[in-house]
Design a protein around this ligand. Structure first.
Ligand SMILES: Nc1nc2c(ncn2[C@@H]2O[C@H](COP(=O)(O)OP(=O)(O)OP(=O)(O)O)[C@@H](O)[C@H]2O)c(=O)[nH]1
Ligand SMILES: [Mg+2]
Length: 367
């Protein structure tokens, strides 16, 4: 009897493209189809808002931190194998690579096709793109990013099997049709799906596509590692966990106030990749703020309510010096803390991503 294979799905795309939100939505759809799913998140350092969020949607969630998947390929395959062993009967594993990562086809998909084909069936590599940035990139611009960061954005799309235009609820049908047409012209030969994780539009079609197609890592793209490394290194990266205490604090207002003070310190010109902050109160209620560009892009979801104690998880990726960023993050916190409140920094890592050194880098497409 042929061994049953787990479908392995990579959902990539730049910081803030909508990967985690898509994964959250898809867990419910897969459950409705009777499929069990495991999720893998990834980051340079531990303590991800994404892992906390996804664990709420799906118990079988693992965080692989310390480096990106490509620089820790063996760590990635160990995580996949562990999920297969422990998640008895998993049908699907979905992995979300770091948003500033590229060359995934050469460094992960090709070795996986060669080494793991006995246990996994690869799905098309989906690269998500948010319409606002994609429009500018397709017009030859840098979408408000440093040119080396924009280079990474383009390379991600170039190496995809499937391009997913996300957040389609934010643009008109006419603009979306034009955007899709342009994307097909600039990146021919890729599947194209238009998706809104918020409204559910296009989700089933995308899921059908990745569940049925086995075309994965169908192309390699030439990546200049000097530019790639520069694009990553100019990002300041910070993950922190803070315990907050006070008396009947309105945590939702606290989070909004914190974002306001942080933006004040970062300045209107700050090139924000993604700021994600979650406040979780003792009764497991939570509110998340996501900012994927200037302050106007800030969006909140959920409610943490009022209480005496809360856990705050802060993830910031922004074009800045990591030490300056760390100072600003905690200065904003000190400024938000009212009299009678206390905070304790439980964990903090700030860094600039190092030069990418993948464990494998295939120069041919594995059949
Ligand atoms: N309007 C709208 N907003 C969305 C949609 N999908 C995601 N977003 C918002 O986009 C922001 C970023 O979403 P995430 O899913 O965290 O993005 P990501 O690609 O996982 O980001 P990183 O993990 O930092 O790389 C959040 O504010 C989401 O609420 C959508 O379909 N519609
Ligand atoms: Mg994410």
């Amino acid at each position: 009897m042929k061994a049953r294979k787990v479908k392995l799905v990579f959902v990539g795309g730049f910081l803030g493209a909508g990967k985690t939100t898509l994964l959250q939505a898809v867990c419910g759809l897969l459950a409705a189809r009777g499929k069990s799913v495991g999720l893998i998140t990834n980051d340079q350092a531990e303590g991800l808002v994404d892992t906390l969020l996804l664990t709420k949607s799906n118990r079988v969630t693992r965080e692989l931190s310390g480096s990106c998947f490509c620089c820790n390929y063996h760590g990635f395959t160990e995580t996949v194998n562990e999920l297969i062993r422990q998640g008895a009967g998993l049908d699907v594993i979905i992995a979300e690579p770091v948003g500033s990562c590229t060359d995934i086809s050469a460094t992960i998909l090709q070795p996986l096709k060669e080494q793991m084909q006995a246990v996994v069936e690869m799905a098309p590599f989906s690269v998500l793109a948010d319409p606002a940035k994609l429009e500018q990139i397709l017009d030859g611009g840098d979408a408000g990013m440093h040119p080396s960061a924009a280079y990474i954005y383009r390379k991600q799309l170039e190496e995809s099997d499937l391009i997913g235009i996300t957040k389609t609820d934010t643009i008109s049908a006419g603009r979306l049709a034009l955007l899709a047409e342009k994307a097909k012209l600039v990146f021919p030969g890729r599947e194209l799906q238009c998706i809104s994780a918020r409204t559910g539009a296009g989700l089933e079609a995308w899921l059908d596509d990745i569940m049925t197609s086995t075309v994965s890592g169908s192309r390699l793209t030439a990546v200049d590692y000097a530019i790639y490394a520069e694009g990553e290194a100019l990002l300041g990266w910070l993950n922190a966990a803070v315990l907050l205490q006070g008396t009947a604090v309105d945590w939702d207002a606290f989070l909004e106030n914190y974002f306001c003070r942080l933006n004040g310190l970062l300045g209107a010109q700050a090139r924000v990749g993604h700021i994600k902050i979650m406040i979780e109160s003792k009764n497991n209620q939570y509110r998340v703020g996501n900012q994927t560009g200037p302050a106007g892009t800030l969006q909140f979801r959920g409610a943490a309510g009022a209480g005496n104690i809360a856990q705050m998880t802060i993830n910031v990726r922004i074009e800045a010096d990591a030490r300056v960023l760390e100072r600003q993050v905690f200065e904003a916190l000190a400024n938000t803390i009212d009299d009678g409140m206390f905070y304790e920094i439980r964990q903090c890592r700030s860094l600039s991503p190092g030069y990418p050194k993948p464990q494998y880098r295939y120069d041919y497409v594995v059949a």
